[in-house]
Design a protein around this ligand. Sequence first.
Ligand SMILES: [Zn+2]
Length: 131
Amino acid sequence: MRIEDLISMAADARKNAYVPYSDFRVGAALLMDDGSVYTGCNVENASYGATNCAERTAIFKAVSEGHRKISAICIVGSKEGSFAFPCGICRQVISEFSDENTKIIVAKNEENYIVRSVAELLPDAFTPNDL
Ligand SMILES: [Zn+2]
């Protein structure tokens, strides 16, 4: 799958964002190691703390369907001109289901994106190997 296609799917998923408080829409698209794709959006809550990010929405959908390894995850935010990098909690969750080959793609649009590894976004991560 082309990176541009994953970006397009993340941008589509962003349309479903439930963001009555921040109006900050985020979409994510996941490519799993078996070729399956899952998308997610951020879902806010009146309590604020119960809010879930787009990346975790997509990952939890995939894991709940039996998938475990992320080949690539793409995140598209809503602010023109800025990249929406994953928050700390999402970096930890991405790490749980990733390896050194997983691509984390943070995109403004299909022409403008950054690709990072998990180690770049979460160096010295706490992993299942640390238990
Ligand atoms: Zn997050």
